[in-house]
Ligand binder design. Structure first.
Ligand SMILES: Nc1ncnc2c1ncn2[C@@H]1O[C@H](COP(=O)(O)OP(=O)(O)OP(=O)(O)O)[C@@H](O)[C@H]1O
Length: 946
């Protein structure tokens, strides 16, 4: 059952609504609507909004006309009715006068109630619908307009009571809602607003609040408890209203009365979201009647009242007329503020309210003019458009509650999203864990495989070691087939080539070396010759050349070690120079330049050497030996020399390895002299060379000393090379001629025994060599090297002999090379033409390097020595063409050799000239491999062909 709630709160507004834009049911936003159509009105702890979702629409004021029957008094005064209602919407005047012809005879309205119609019918057909709009949240105003005594009060009293009945019936019928009904009443008397419920409060002020709209200050509101309560309040107001007696009305209303019901409803059940209450104001307005003074016989107070009444009604008519103008712009001024009545009824007149106007009129012929004025007013009023909207109230409390719910909802969504993310993270982590697990398993397998491979390798190495040990103890019992493929054994297979050990010799691809050689790091032969001989092929064992070959390998091994020593010396020099760079600021300029030049030269050597050329050179050299060996092995050496004789010869040719002493390296920091000695193996200990910084002068001296040592080492290597070539030559001679130890010993026996004899023999042999160089077109670089290297030392005899024999051999076969370019004994013999071309290229190279190797002053000095005018054209070409052209002239030969060495070589002025020649990079230019090759030595030191 519906109930009418009683609430302690009171409203202080005038009932004007708050216009709010609503975007949805649960959220609304207020905005100021300061135009004439409505204003916001903030209400205590409430937000009133208008629901515009299709419920608001423009609506004309509902205008009806009610005819009052003639009263007994009027009938007594011979009044007669001149108005009739041909239908429910038309009222027509029966009285026609020629002078009134400009007035319409009939008027059409929404409803016309003839005199017989009851007030209930007027209410039901002319006001009920509008009145009950307040129950649905729409403001509503019903007022009566008409001349005095036309029945306004009579009609409005009945309308209010019928509306009250309907309102309470509605409340009864809508028990799922809670209703709050508040009553207030006011009157405007002589343009003074007063509270009918509390008349003692005096005149009320009308406030125009920007937020709340028109507000009647201190207007009392009564919560209506029930219908009787409402009726009692109405009675109170009626009793308090200003009335007076006029000629036309015994109880004439002398004021405008406004009865206001504020109806608020809210659903009883708490639905989702905030509680939305509906609020509306229902005004019942009983206007004072327009009157004509002549008719009312007003005077004094009554006259004054009439003036105010007419003035306010005139303002109302003006407002209605202006609002009814279809051409009116929204900006057009509407004089609401010219009367309190229009200010208070502002929403009802063209605003947020539904409005019904009941125009009351007397049908008497005596009131024709006043009646027509009423009909004119009614005609204007029915053209006024209102726009009533549903007013929704959301309390702050409910709004906060709703917002909290939304926040909770969002938080829940966020939690769900977070949980979802967490779940996905967990899944990802699980997947990663699985991957890690799988990888760990694979790693475990790999580790096992590695361990297994390592154990196999250890086992394999042990087998190899056992096999090697067994072979050392008794090589014959070791079957080569039992030796595992040592693809990973020791360092022999670093190049990945297959090594097969058989009969004391290792074959590593294209490399042959003796077992003893491989095992003797310091060059000493660990296995006796006889022992080696026992394991080499019988063909080689019986061959004197085999003995020579073995010695060749020994020499080569020693040569390699010397080369390594030289490399170490170079590195020491390099480090020394680097140390000097740190103290270069303390050097005097000359020393700095000297050191810088040395450093540059050494850098060039070092950079070239680190390109791997030395390895290549050694390989080439070894390759040459291998070919020699293969050739030797392929021959049937039935008449090779006696091995003992060859051994004897080799003993005599034993390499002279004097104890070199490294030049002192001064150390200013340690104040001592460091000596690097050549050990038994001929390896120089230079380990500490770089640890000592020196003064620039000392350092430079040290560098020069080291440099001289390197040069000496290279000279020894060169001699070894010669010695090796001699032996190779002898091997080939033996192989070719079938000669035996006599030939081999011939070289040895040719070594002079007395210095005097050797001196003359040296001179003769050198002249012969000079001649043969010319005949054979031997490289001028080779000539220079040879000349500067061998000066007549008794130890040089063997080299002189080798060179002489080689040249004679070349001379002998030059004709063959000329007529037949086929290989001789597998060797390619350079033809005289190709040798001449090679010499020519050397001369061109000299021309090329003259400017780069020598300074201008040095060149001028040389030109003067050679008799070339300084202003001559092509001086360099002339000089190059003169070199080595007169072998009979000892001075010319000397100058030629020094010039070539000076130009081509890295010249060290501090050292012996003859010992610098081995830095020459030019080997005899030939497309074919010559039998005597200097290039390995040159490339060993990174002095590849230029
Ligand atoms: N429709 C009607 N049927 C019978 N009597 C009516 C009718 N209308 C009005 N009367 C009577 O007419 C008289 C005047 O009516 P009422 O006081 O309501 O006029 P009024 O328009 O309010 O006048 P005023 O403006 O002076 O107050 C009253 O005695 C009333 O009873």
């Amino acid at each position: 059952m519906s109930e009418l709630s009683v609430c302690d709160s009171t409203l202080t507004s005038d009932g004007s609504s708050m216009e709010v834009e609503t975007t949805n049911d649960s959220a609304c936003m207020c905005r100021d609507s300061s135009d004439d159509t409505g204003r916001y009105q903030a209400m205590d702890s409430e937000v009133i909004c208008t629901d515009r979702k299709g419920t608001a629409k423009d609506e004309k004021i509902y205008v009806t006309v009610r005819l009052r029957p003639l009263s007994s008094k009027e009938i007594a005064n011979d009044h007669y009715s001149i108005w009739e209602c041909p239908d429910d919407e038309t009222v027509a005047c029966l009285y026609s006068r020629s002078d009134r012809s400009n007035f319409p005879q009939s008027y059409v309205f929404d409803q016309v109630f003839k005199a017989e119609r009851t007030t209930q019918e007027v209410y039901e057909r002319g006001a009920r619908d509008v009145a009950l709009s307040a129950l649905t949240g729409k403001n509503a105003t019903i007022f009566a307009y008409g001349q005095t005594s036309s029945g306004k009060t009579y009609t409005m009293k009945g309308i209010t009571e019928y509306a009250a009945d309907d309102i309470f019936n509605h409340i009864k019928q809508h028990d799922h809602h809670i209703f709050l009904l508040k009553f207030s009443a006011m009157e405007i008397y002589n343009e003074v607003l007063s509270d009918l419920l509390k008349p003692e409060s005096g005149p009320l002020r009308i406030m125009d609040d920007r937020e709340r709209g028109t507000v009647i200050e201190k207007l009392r509101e009564e919560i209506v408890k029930d219908k009787n309560h409402l009726l009692r309040l109405l009675e109170v107001c009626e009793a308090r209203r200003q009335t007076g007696e006029t000629a036309l009305n015994d109880i004439s209303s002398r004021s405008h009365q406004i009865i206001r019901l504020t109806i608020e409803s809210s659903p009883r059940a708490m639905a989702e979201g905030p509680v939305k209450s509906l609020i509306a104001v229902l005004n019942f307005v009983d206007l004072a009647g327009s009157e004509r003074v002549s008719f009312t016989h007003s005077e004094g107070t009554t006259l004054k009242e009439g003036c105010y009444i007419n003035r306010s009604l005139l303002t109302l008519s003006t407002v209605i007329r202006k609002l009814s103008d279809p051409n009116r712009s929204k900006a057009a001024h509407v004089p609401y503020r010219e009367s309190k009545l229009t200010r208070i009824l502002r929403n009802a007149l063209g605003g947020n309210a539904r409005t019904a106007i009941i125009c009351t009129m007397s049908s008497s012929n005596k009131h024709l003019e006043q009646t027509r004025n009423t009909l004119f007013f009614a005609s204007y009023a029915k053209e006024v458009t209102n726009r009533a909207q549903v007013n929704v109230v959301i309390s702050d409390k409910d709004l906060i509650k709703q917002l909290k719910k939304e926040v909770a909802l969002l938080e829940a969504q966020l939690r769900r999203s977070s949980m979802s993310s967490q779940n996905s993270y967990d899944a990802l982590l699980q997947e990663k864990d699985l991957q890690i697990e799988r990888m760990q398993e694979e790693m475990g397998k790999a580790i096992k495989q590695r361990d297994s491979a390592e154990s196999e390798l250890v086992s394999f190495r042990k087998q190899v070691q056992d096999a090697e040990q067994a072979m050392v103890q008794d090589p014959k019992v070791v079957d080569a087939a039992q030796v595992p493929l040592p693809s990973l054994i020791n360092g022999y297979a670093a190049n990945g080539k297959l090594h097969i050990e058989a009969n004391g010799y290792h074959k590593s691809g294209d490399l042959w070396r003796s077992s003893s050689d491989l095992k003797s790091r310091n060059g000493t032969v660990q296995q006796p010759w006889n022992e080696i001989k026992a394991h080499v092929p019988s063909k080689l064992v019986t061959s004197a050349s085999a003995i020579l070959l073995d010695e060749i390998y020994k020499l080569e091994h020693l040569q390699n070690e010397l080369a390594q020593d030289a490399n170490r010396a170079l590195e020491a020099v390099q480090k020394e120079v680097e140390c000097l760079c740190l103290t270069q600021t303390d050097m005097n300029q000359e020393a700095a330049m000297s050191v810088a030049k040395l450093q540059l030269e050494i850098n060039e050597i070092y950079e070239s050497r680190t390109t791997g050329a030395s390895t290549k050179g050694l390989s080439d050299n070894v390759f040459s030996l291998k070919e020699d060996i293969q050739r030797a092995a392929s021959k049937d050496l039935n008449k090779v020399g006696d091995a003992d004789t060859i051994e004897k010869m080799l003993t005599q040719m034993q390499i002279d390895t004097p104890d070199f002493q490294l030049p002192a390296l001064a150390s200013p920091h340690h104040n001592k002299v460091i000596h690097s000695n050549i050990g038994d193996s001929g390896i120089m200990d230079l380990g500490q060379a770089c640890d000592y910084a020196t003064t620039p002068a000392q350092a430079e001296e040290s560098i020069r000393s080291v440099y001289a040592y390197v040069t000496e080492m290279k000279e020894r290597i060169s001699k070894l090379q010669y010695q090796k070539q001699l032996l190779v030559h002898r091997v080939l001679e033996l192989e070719r001629n079938g000669n035996t130890d006599e030939d081999a010993a011939g070289i040895v026996t040719s070594t002079p025994t007395s210095p005097e004899r050797w001196k003359s023999e040296f001179s003769e042999k050198r002249k012969a060599i000079f001649q043969l160089w010319d005949i054979c077109h031997v490289s001028i670089i080779h000539r220079s090297q040879f000349y500067l290297l061998f000066h007549g030392d008794p130890a040089d005899a063997i080299y002189m002999e080798v060179e002489l024999r080689r040249l004679m051999w070349l001379k002998e076969h030059n004709g063959m090379a000329n007529s037949n370019k086929s290989h001789l004994r597998g060797e390619q013999i350079s033809s005289p033409a190709s040798s001449m071309r090679a010499v020519r290229r050397e001369r061109e190279s000299i021309v090329k390097h003259l400017n780069t190797r020598l300074t201008a002053s040095e060149r001028e000095e040389i030109y003067r020595q050679w008799g070339i005018p300084l202003n001559a054209k092509q001086r360099r070409v002339r000089l190059a063409n003169m070199v080595w052209t007169n072998h009979a002239d000892e001075v010319h030969v000397q100058m030629s050799a020094e010039l070539v060495a000076n130009i081509i070589a890295l010249w060290n002025r501090s050292g012996p000239v003859s010992k610098e020649m081995f830095q020459l990079s030019l080997s005899p230019a030939s497309n074919e491999r010559t039998r005597f090759r200097w290039s390995p030595i040159a490339t060993l030191f990174g002095l590849g062909n230029t």
